[in-house]
Design a binder for this molecule. Structure first.
Ligand code: NDP
Length: 419
């Protein structure tokens, strides 16, 4: 393997190794998948299924879906399986009876799964619950394919510093960041002008604001291009997901908000671009299939054969681009605002959004109120708090909890308020 924390962009150190060298190793690599039963987990397991001779499964985790977890653990002969819901340990033991798979339950078991000695870890637990397990993998200097964007949004500086300190290697698994990861190595830090992450625009890209305000859950879940979990699909419809990705890009690659642009690209073929001083723009393209960036992370620093469809640009015909509409999608503006505020504001942005999305799914607020609740929570938090940098995971978790409480308190008045 190439060394974990490498120099990139000249003087700037990062845990994202942009100058990769080919691996000399042909040995079987051990992998763990945190969030194995989810959408990213499913894509990862699919890739592992196609490369059984190259990978061995150390640990798998899930939240409550015991049967799916046990099925995967049996299929891949996992050494350890962890279920986050402590009440399900008995059920998991029963489902794994007769196998050699050890099992555990509760948050500590999920952390144990991450801490076990796997060469490569997919961090794909959804939400802020993914932070501590991802840190457990980072702390032992593992190669971590990071899908869970909340690790960065909630505790970005701290998370990346911890990765650097431990010599961990962070591979961006999110499609846009993976695209930037592939393109950034074409130049140095002082040659970079900006990065551009693309957005499909989601199902409401061309809708009137009044219709977006009233959009139903079924409409929000109809993503035009990507098949993903429920929460991230709703975030795509509000463009909150793009906001989270702007924040993610800032922490991952050490970029200022002004160095990150968003471009709406309804076909989702170009995932990210990097512009350099000579005006060269380097882009990564591919069909909208998460197995492509995950395969890049799984094979890194080499490339493995992926099962995704070949990109046929002649068939796609047209690639179109448009500027994002910050007025129609205020969630995107709020992401830049919270990134500029710093000091935990991005943690608040994420926490308030999680409360808002849950309330929308539960029929308590209208779609348009999601961004209003996030904005009101950010305003209340900035008014009330002493702004100070996050020093630990516990700081991030405390702000996260606090922001959730503030959002929950503001929820009834936001629910009543018309746009
Ligand atoms: P899913 O909701 O499909 O899956 C989430 C996974 O995490 C499941 O295995 C779930 O277990 C587990 N989980 C949920 N809550 C907990 C918890 N409290 N403790 C432990 N495990 C938990 O999510 P996705 O796969 O869509 O997304 C995962 C992460 O990747 C998110 O951060 C998302 O933003 C990011 N991402 C996703 C993309 C996508 O295409 N889906 C693209 C880029 C990033 P169970 O099945 O038992 O509920």
């Amino acid at each position: 393997m190439a060394s974990a924390a490498l120099l990139w962009f000249g003087e700037v150190m990062s845990a994202v190794p942009l100058r990769n060298t080919k691996s000399a190793a042909s040995a079987v690599r051990s992998v763990s998948v945190l969030g194995a039963t989810g959408s990213i987990g499913d894509s990862t397991m699919d890739l592992l299924r196609g490369a059984r001779d190259r990978f061995r499964v150390e640990a798998l985790t899930a939240n409550s879906n015991v049967q799916a977890l046990a099925k995967l653990a049996r299929e891949f002969g996992a050494r350890f399986a962890a279920i986050a819901d402590p009440a399900r340990l008995g059920e998991l033991k029963e489902a794994l009876a007769g196998t050699r798979t050890e099992c555990g339950a509760g948050e500590s078991a999920v952390i144990e799964a991450a801490a076990r000695p796997a060469d490569w870890v997919m961090a794909a637990v959804s939400g802020a619950a993914g932070l501590k397990p991802a840190l457990a993998a980072v702390d032992r200097g593992a190669t971590v394919a990071l899908a869970n964007k909340e690790c960065l949004v909630c505790a970005g500086d701290f998370f990346m510093q911890r990765a650097m300190k431990a010599g961990a290697c962070i591979l961006p698994a999110d499609s846009e960041h993976n695209a930037l990861f592939q393109a950034l190595g074409s130049g140095n830090r002082d040659e970079l002008v900006r990065v551009i992450i693309t957005a499909s625009g989601g199902p409401f890209r061309t809708w009137d604001p009044a219709d977006i305000e009233q959009a139903t859950l079924a409409q929000a879940l109809k993503h035009p291009n990507w098949s993903m979990g429920q929460k991230i699909t709703i975030d795509s419809a509000s463009m909150m997901n793009k906001g989270l990705e702007v924040i993610e890009a800032s922490y991952l690659f050490g970029l200022t908000p002004d160095e990150i642009d968003v471009l709406v690209h309804p076909q989702s073929i170009v995932h990210g671009m990097v512009e350099f001083a000579d005006r060269s723009v380097v882009a990564q393209l591919g069909t909208p299939d998460m197995r492509i960036p995950i395969a890049h992370c799984l094979g890194w620093p080499d490339r493995i054969k992926g099962p995704s469809a070949k990109l046929d640009l002649a068939k796609v015909g047209q690639l179109t681009f448009e500027a994002p509409d910050f007025a129609r999608f205020p969630a995107l503006r709020l992401a830049y605002d919270s990134l500029r505020t710093g000091f935990g504001a991005t943690t608040v942005y994420n926490a308030a959004n999680e409360i808002a999305v849950a309330a929308f799914i539960g029929g308590k607020i209208r779609f348009g109120a999601i961004a209003r609740l996030v904005e009101a929570t950010l305003d209340a938090w900035i008014r009330a708090s002493n702004l100070s940098p996050l020093k630990s995971a516990d700081d991030a978790i405390a702000i996260d909890h606090n922001a959730r409480n503030v959002a929950a308190t503001l929820l009834p008045q936001i629910a009543l308020k018309a746009s």
